[in-house]
Design a protein around this ligand. Structure first.
Ligand code: PFF
Ligand code: NA
Length: 442
């Protein structure tokens, strides 16, 4: 058997994991889900969900990956026995499912880098989006985005993912800060900031039932949980990493970049009198894009903004692709590049429903929304639930000892973590699943 790869450095792992976490979830979904759920009230629930549910769940995935140094399917096998492979399979398929339409949105973003450079959408942002969101244009863009991810993953952990994210993630951070500083200077920016950051307590309390499941789903999605990503990335770790500390760094970085994204998007919208509640999936592409259309240096700013989004989307897509490719390289005697391309072909086919069927007006297909809703409301929480139960009850003590943090650790952290998996995290996921199920099928 060929020796399994590892990260070259601890920073390499951290940067790759941050690259996975920071993605379309932060830059595309978070702003429009915030707007759809009443602004800052949603942000409060989201932050609580990230800390109390997302962080412990991330550590559960780390434990599975690092304990076994195996891909997601074989990791469950090694820890629980062959019957548990099905849980790894569910995580893998959930990731495959999400990636199929994530690639489509990634394609739109790349298309908008070009569209900003040429000013193509400036005259009619809504019409432009409808023209490129589905059909042949969308397929071509999706292929380009997918091709780049396949190329990076084909190069392997150290030479592909680690090298690529070491360039991408710092670029994302620097450019986002620059964009946020610039957005502050716009006339009317403060209105956007306060919409985003000052919660209205009354609406917060009265809408809790509707907002909580979205906030929890968003926390899982944004931290790349429930799809085997953090299991797979941690499987390339050595024994000496401090998992709680690494997890904390990843969660805090992802949250800060998410807040930065809001500080770019909302001032931009309010300064240009665009209602943030319009749009759903189109919000970034129509509302934000029309803001660029109105600004003096709109072309350059548009290229920078959509360029950042493209980098963030790519560094996330490769992490999802790696889940499948890692499984395949561990199990088939076929080279990594061939397996990466094969996974790419399957993903392309699975993405076709999301690009093909164009409604009368064009725009994103009906399938696209269905794929997204199924992922958020059903597959992600379900897969996360199984992982939490597996680690919380089946591994239990063993998991706590894997979490060991070295001599300087806080001795009580492990037991508190285990307790939180069995209570807060479990209840949070079950409630989310119940409400999500209701919104999907009832
Ligand atoms: N954390 C990523 C994000 O917020 O965009 C989640 C993710 C989704 C990663 C889909 C990878 C992916 F393909
Ligand atoms: Na994210």
């Amino acid at each position: 058997m060929v020796e399994r790869e590892t990260w070259a450095t601890r920073v390499g792992f951290l940067v790759a994991a941050i690259g996975s976490a920071v993605g379309l979830g932060n830059l595309w979904q978070f702003p429009f889900k915030t707007a759809a759920n009443g602004g800052a009230a949603f942000v409060v629930f989201y932050l609580i969900a990230v800390v109390l549910i997302g962080f412990p769940a991330m550590l559960a995935e780390f434990v599975i990956g690092r304990r076994t140094n195996r891909n997601v399917v074989d990791a469950f096998d090694e820890l629980g026995g062959p019957g548990w492979r099905i849980l790894g399979g569910l995580a893998l398929l959930t990731g495959f499912w999400v990636l199929s339409y994530y690639n489509v949105v990634g394609g739109w973003v790349m298309r908008y880098v070009l569209g900003s450079a040429t000013g193509a959408y400036f005259g009619d942002p809504g019409g432009y989006f409808n023209a490129i969101a589905s059909g042949p244009e969308a397929i071509a863009a999706q292929l380009l985005f997918l091709g780049i991810s396949v190329g990076i993953v084909a190069l392997g952990i150290e030479n592909g993912i680690e090298k690529a994210t070491k360039v991408m993630v710092p670029a994302i951070v620097v450019l986002m800060i620059a964009l946020a500083v610039w957005a502050f200077t716009l006339d009317g920016a403060m209105e956007g900031v306060s919409y985003f950051l000052s919660p209205d307590i009354d609406s917060l309390v009265s809408n809790a039932g509707a907002v909580v499941p979205d906030a929890v789903g968003q926390a899982f999605f944004t931290l790349s949980l429930g799809m085997g990503i953090m299991i797979t990335y941690a499987s390339y770790l050595g024994e000496d990493d401090n998992l709680p500390l690494d997890g904390g760094i990843i969660v805090v970085s992802n949250t800060l970049i998410g807040v930065l994204a809001g500080l770019v998007v909302f001032p931009l919208l309010f300064a240009n009198n665009v209602d943030p509640a319009t749009g759903g999936p189109a919000a970034l592409f129509v509302a934000v894009a029309s803001a660029f259309a109105n600004l003096p240096a709109g072309q350059i700013l548009g290229v920078v903004f959509f360029g950042v989004v493209a980098l963030a989307a790519l560094s996330s897509a490769i992490s999802l692709l790696e889940v499948t490719v890692s499984y395949a390289t561990d199990n088939f005697d076929v080279s990594r590049p061939v397996l990466s391309v094969s996974a790419g072909v399957l993903l392309f086919l699975l993405g076709l429903p999301s690009t093909l069927d164009t409604g009368d007006a064009g725009g994103p297909s009906v399938w696209f929304g269905w794929f997204d809703a199924m992922a958020y409301n059903l597959f992600l929480p379900l897969s996360a639930l199984f992982i939490v139960v597996f680690v919380g009850w089946l591994l239990a003590r063993e998991a706590v000892s894997e979490l060991r943090t070295g001599s300087e650790s806080i001795p009580s952290f492990g037991p508190i973590w285990l307790w939180s998996l069995r209570t807060v995290v479990l209840v949070g996921i079950v409630v989310t699943l119940g409400l999500g199920f209701q919104s999907l099928f009832l």
